[in-house]
Design a protein around this ligand. Structure first.
Ligand code: WQD
Length: 325
């Protein structure tokens, strides 16, 4: 049975990944420092509380388990915070990741799956954005992800550490079985906020700008269901184990939805009134960001199952209505 180390397995995306891996019969060890994750979100496998900055811990854990692959979800993800406190982002997202990669090299582990982000593209020059779109991150969060992608290229050349970087567009939705979802209190993403406004756990949401060059003037994003995202990781594992070269893939549905469309769909799905306030543009927000995921479909055979916005919001609502009780 293949053994996977899931770093950050107690967080939003990592916890869904751990569930999928254990359901598929993999042997899983989660390593998480619980800075933003939750112990009880880890619903399968073994749990180790700790930090990837802790070399002594990694030097015990890696030789003990001899993992067949490492998946890394343990990043700070708030763009605004990264602008205010870049040190926090470079230390965790870059230096600690480098520490993890160093330990992998020391212990001869050479399959790595990295959670990258569409934030590496910055203000898009064209959409849909393919893998070759110029990389021009406009905040420390995006730059930290792009730095790691480049480090991985060098580690492949020098140490034969092979990796797949998966560049997520807007991860959304929740476990269709209702067992898992987002829990982090400081959430600033649109769909969780809209769900909270629908459940009454917050009063309203603010639309950040109606003067964008988009059909209805509000920002357009490519929302991808968390289960589809995790499915791509399973395919990426197989890709590495089949001895293919390191690769990068953009992951989105290739279809953009505006903030207004998200709010309208959420009103329809929830049957609740959602109070909307008008705000100004949020610094650093592009008008439109949509993925070209042709490569993931062709090379990995990835086929999103929950591509429609209604399903994404239905699953998000199922989770929120449970959490709000
Ligand atoms: C979506 C749309 C907002 C909140 C960010 C990161 C990205 C990734 C995902 C982590 C935009 C609008 C939002 C609100 C709004 N991060 N909005 N009112 O900014 O596309 O992506 O999160 O891995 O790297 O950049 O996602 O959900 O914050 O915003 O009008 O209260 O909703 O302007 O158009 P974003 P988001």
């Amino acid at each position: 049975m293949k053994k996977i180390l899931v770093v950050g397995g107690a967080g939003y995306i990592g916890s869904h990944m751990v569930k999928m891996l254990t359901n598929d019969g993999f042997n899983v060890v989660t390593l998480d420092n619980l800075s933003t994750g939750f112990r009880d979100a880890v619903v399968g496998g073994e749990f180790v509380e700790g930090d990837i900055a802790d070399s002594a811990l990694l030097d015990r854990l890696l030789p003990e388990h001899k993992f067949d692959a490492v998946m890394h979800f343990a990043a700070h993800i708030q763009v605004g915070e990264s602008v205010e406190n870049p040190h926090k982002y470079y230390v965790n997202n870059v230096a600690s990741t480098l520490n993890l990669l160093g330990a992998m090299v020391r212990h001869g582990l050479n399959n790595f799956i990295f959670s990258s982000s569409a934030a590496i593209f910055g203000e898009p020059e064209y959409v849909p954005a393919d893998e070759n779109h110029p990389k021009a991150p406009i905040n420390p969060y995006g730059l930290s992800k792009w730095m790691v992608e480049q480090i991985l290229t060098d580690f492949d050349h020098a140490y034969a550490l092979r990796s797949v970087c998966l560049r997520y567009f807007n991860a959304a939705g929740a476990d269709p079985e209702g067992e898992l979802g987002w829990r982090y209190g400081g959430v600033s993403n649109l769909i969780p906020l809209v769900m909270k406004a629908a459940s009454g756990s917050r009063a309203d949401i603010t639309v950040f700008g109606r003067d964008y060059d988009t059909p209805d003037g509000t920002g357009v994003r490519d929302y991808i269901h968390i289960v589809d995202l995790c499915q791509a990781h399973l395919l990426a594992l197989k890709y590495l184990w089949d001895d293919h070269p390191s690769a990068v893939f953009n992951l989105g549905n290739g279809q953009g939805f505006s903030v207004q469309e998200v709010v309208d769909m959420a009103r329809d799905v929830t049957g609740r009134e959602i109070v909307v306030r008008e705000g100004s543009r949020r610094a650093g927000d592009p008008a439109s960001l949509v993925a070209d995921s042709t490569l993931a479909r062709e090379v990995l055979g990835w086929e999103p199952r929950y591509a429609d916005l209604r399903t994404i919001i239905e699953h998000a609502w199922q989770w929120e209505s449970r959490a709000a009780k």
